[in-house]
Structures are given as structure tokens and as C-alpha cells.
Design a protein around this ligand. Structure first.
Ligand SMILES: NC(=O)c1ccc[n+]([C@@H]2O[C@H](COP(=O)([O-])OP(=O)(O)OC[C@H]3O[C@@H](n4cnc5c(N)ncnc54)[C@H](O)[C@@H]3O)[C@@H](O)[C@H]2O)c1
Ligand SMILES: O=C(O)C(=O)C[C@@H](O)[C@H](O)[C@H](O)COP(=O)(O)O
Ligand SMILES: [Zn+2]
Length: 366
């Protein structure tokens, strides 16, 4: 097992990564000082619940914890105020009070949704992230929780840090291939924004990671989490450097909302966005020769780097203007300065973005 500490100004919490960890949940809870008097509500989606809820419930109930259970429909569409309201009702009926806590068992959808439930229920109760997708090495760390609005991704949310993250890597075995590749996109993002040697390592090990070879997978998760933890520790609430974790997300989030949530996985949308950011960086002169490597790495993970003409340019641009990073309606992008480093750029010219979208539609670019 590997443990990484997320160090924040006013608190710290562990990320445990390894095999067979759900069996040890009672010990982990004891480790953070949670006793049996704390009632727990386990939230999972309709795919994950039948696969893994029992694996979490059994050791906790055997150790004397009282655990309620909520299952929400699987899919990005569930990251909504409507689902949140249902979850709140279930918590009230269960009698969850301020001494209770939420366990978010699942991918980023459940993590963000159940995390926001915890952030808002009775004005905030603690929660634990139990990630079950590769992508959730990103979403389970850092405390961004929330739901989508038809006009924009994650438009309603909060910063609410988990008390702990327990990543039992055994559960990844049942992930559909598309979801493995989607998770690889955020691993690639962590490498491209922070660590060129990690990017080279990913190029070298992409086949093993796509096949979920245990050692390579654990190393990729650990390295990704270390990047995320390092950035979040410096800037918990995104007043500065944390925005770099949004690499590829200006276009990515626009694509997700314009396509109605669910047409693309989050990782696929971010992959297209990172290809776009690399082209834009070259066009604006923040970097040279980053697109070929970016495209090669994304293609190695069979991730998309082109944009279908189906998605209307004007709608994409309007969504990009509503991006949370934007200031006074000016387009804002995280742009590469090289492989392994990026910069936040406000006020990007619309003409340059239109040019990039055209090149992405061409499926290529040079
Ligand atoms: N909060 C953050 O910092 C952050 C970071 C990155 C992404 N996100 C959010 O995360 C979401 C995407 O997360 P995701 O890709 O994990 O999607 P997801 O939670 O929808 O999971 C993907 C699919 O895999 C299924 N699944 C999950 N675990 C499984 C398992 N072990 N075996 C079999 N099937 C399993 C789910 O039921 C779902 O159908 C997006 O909403 C994105 O905005 C948030
Ligand atoms: O943790 C962050 O900060 C990120 O930007 C991580 C992203 O991968 C993630 O998709 C996040 O949910 C995006 O946040 P948002 O504030 O742009 O909605
Ligand atoms: Zn993301």
C-alpha cells in the first residue's frame, strides 16, 4: 500500500492506494478517529452498487458501524440538482444528522455528487472518497464537489475536502475499456502539466496501463495523485496555480455541455481539449512543438484528438465564455509552455480559438 498526504493550510488527509483496501476500512476509519457512533451513508451508482457495495458494507457492519445505502442511476446525467434532492431526502429519512458522514463509492460522478451532498447536507458533514474508476484518482482528491447545469459543467458546487481517500485498486478489474481509456486522459493531463519524465514514462508504459497491469496502474495512480496533491496543497480554492489542473478543460467542458452530458466521457472531452490547447499554445507562441507529442501520447491511449463538425462552433464558443476560469467574458485557457509545464492565459483572442477548432475538425492540423 502507498499513502500520500494532502497537506492543506488547515487540515491534512491521507490517500491510501493499494489492493484489498476496502477490507481494512474499519482500521482506516479508526486511523482518522471515526468511532462506531458515527452513522454512515454509502452512496454508489447503479453499476457500482451491485458490484462493490457489499465489499464496503460487510467489514464496516462487522466492526459495528451502522451504514445506510443509496443507489443513484449511473451516468453523467445524475450529476444534477434533481438527483441531489433525492439523495438529501434519503439521508433525512435515514436519520443522518450532523454527527454522520457520507461514503462516496464510485467514479467521478458519484464522488462529485455525494461530495456535494456532504458539503451541503445540514450545511456540511464529513465524507470519504472510495474511488472505483481510474479517472477518479483525479476527482477523489482536492475537494471540488458539485453538479452540472444544462448551461455549464460543475456550475453548482463547493470546495469540500474529503476526510480520507481509500483507492482499492482491485475494483478497476471490472471497468469497461472505454472508462479505462477515459481515466488515462486525466493521468496524461497530470503528466503534461507537471512532469515531462512522467509523460515519457506513460508513453513507454501505455500498453501496460491500458491493460491495467497492477504495478504500472498503481504507479500511474500514485504519480497522478502526487501531482494533484502538490498543486492542491499550494492553492486549495483555485485562486491561482490550481487552475492548471484545468488543462484541456476549456474546450473539454464546452464539448460536454454542448453535447448534453454523456455523449463524451469526461476524459474523451478533455483529450480533445488538450489537443486544442497544444495547438493554441503553438499558435500563440507559448510553446513550440508540443502538439506532435501530445497527439502521439493521446493516440497511444486511443483517445480522440479531433472534433466532429456536428458540434456547432458558436455554441462551443458561448460555452467557453461561461467557463468558470473566464473573467469578464474573456476566453481563458491553460496553455502549454513545454511538455510538463503550462501557464494560465486570460483574454485569448476568439479568432485564434476559431482557427484551432477548424484544425481540430480537420482531424489534424499541420
Ligand atoms: N472533482 C474533481 O476534481 C474532478 C476531476 C475529474 C473529473 N471529475 C468529474 O468526474 C466525472 C467523470 O468521472 P468518471 O469518469 O469516473 O465517470 P463515472 O463516475 O460516470 O464512471 C464511469 C462509468 O464506469 C462505471 N463504473 C465505475 N466504477 C466501476 C467499476 N469499478 N467497475 C465497473 N464499472 C464501473 C460507472 O457506473 C459509470 O458507468 C465527471 O463528471 C467529471 O466532471 C471531477
Ligand atoms: O481539481 C481541479 O482543480 C481540476 O480542475 C480537476 C479537473 O480534472 C476536474 O475535471 C474538475 O472537476 C474541473 O473543475 P472545474 O472547476 O473546472 O469545474
Ligand atoms: Zn477533469
Amino acid at each position: 500500500m502507498k499513502t500520500i498526504q494532502v497537506e492543506l493550510a488547515e487540515k491534512r488527509y491521507p490517500i491510501h492506494i493499494g489492493s484489498g483496501l476496502f477490507e481494512k476500512l474499519p482500521q482506516f476509519l479508526e486511523g482518522i478517529g471515526w468511532g462506531r457512533e458515527r452513522r454512515l451513508m454509502l452512496v454508489a451508482d447503479s453499476h457500482v452498487s451491485p458490484l462493490y457495495a457489499e465489499r464496503v458494507l460487510k467489514p464496516l457492519e462487522q466492526a459495528g458501524f451502522t451504514v445506510g445505502q443509496i443507489t443513484h442511476p449511473a451516468g453523467e446525467e445524475s450529476k444534477s440538482l434533481h438527483t441531489l434532492e433525492r439523495l438529501v431526502e434519503d439521508c433525512i429519512r435515514f436519520g443522518l444528522d450532523r454527527s454522520g458522514a457520507v461514503l462516496a463509492l464510485g467514479g467521478g460522478v458519484t464522488g462529485d455528487l455525494a461530495g456535494f451532498l456532504a458539503a451541503s447536507y445540514m450545511r456540511g458533514i464529513p465524507f470519504i472518497q472510495l474511488p472505483t474508476t481510474l479517472l477518479a484518482h483525479d476527482s477523489s482528491v482536492g475537494g471540488k464537489v458539485g453538479v452540472n447545469h444544462p448551461l455549464g459543467k460543475n456550475m453548482i458546487g463547493a470546495f469540500h475536502q474529503p476526510a480520507m481517500v481509500v483507492f482499492d485498486t482491485d475494483v478497476l478489474k471490472t471497468l469497461p475499456e472505454r472508462e479505462i481509456l477515459s481515466g488515462c486522459a486525466e493521468v496524461v493531463k497530470h503528466a503534461l502539466i507537471w512532469d515531462a519524465s512522467f509523460a515519457d514514462w506513460l508513453m513507454e508504459h501505455h500498453r501496460q496501463l491500458m491493460a491495467l497491469e497492477p504495478e504500472v496502474t498503481a504507479e500511474a495512480i500514485e504519480r497522478g495523485c502526487r501531482v494533484k496533491a502538490a498543486v492542491v496543497s499550494q492553492d486549495e480554492k483555485e485562486s491561482g496555480i490550481r487552475a492548471i489542473l484545468n488543462y484541456g478543460h476549456t474546450i473539454g467542458h464546452a464539448l460536454e455541455s454542448v453535447s448534453g452530458y454523456g455523449a463524451f466521457t469526461h476524459g474523451e472531452a478533455v483529450a480533445v481539449g488538450m489537443a486544442g490547447a497544444a495547438l493554441l499554445g503553438e499558435a500563440l507562441g507559448t510553446a513550440t512543438e508540443v502538439f506532435p507529442f501530445t497527439r502521439e501520447l493521446l493516440a497511444a491511449f486511443r483517445l480522440p484528438t479531433h472534433l466532429s463538425p456536428v458540434w456547432a462552433e458558436e455554441e462551443l464558443l458561448a460555452a467557453m465564455k461561461r467557463d468558470k476560469k473566464a473573467k469578464k467574458g474573456a476566453y481563458t485557457f491553460v496553455l502549454p509552455t513545454g511538455i510538463g509545464s503550462v501557464v494560465l492565459q486570460h483574454g485569448v483572442e476568439e479568432a485564434a480559438i476559431r482557427e484551432v477548432l477548424a484544425r481540430l475538425r480537420g482531424g489534424e492540423s499541420r
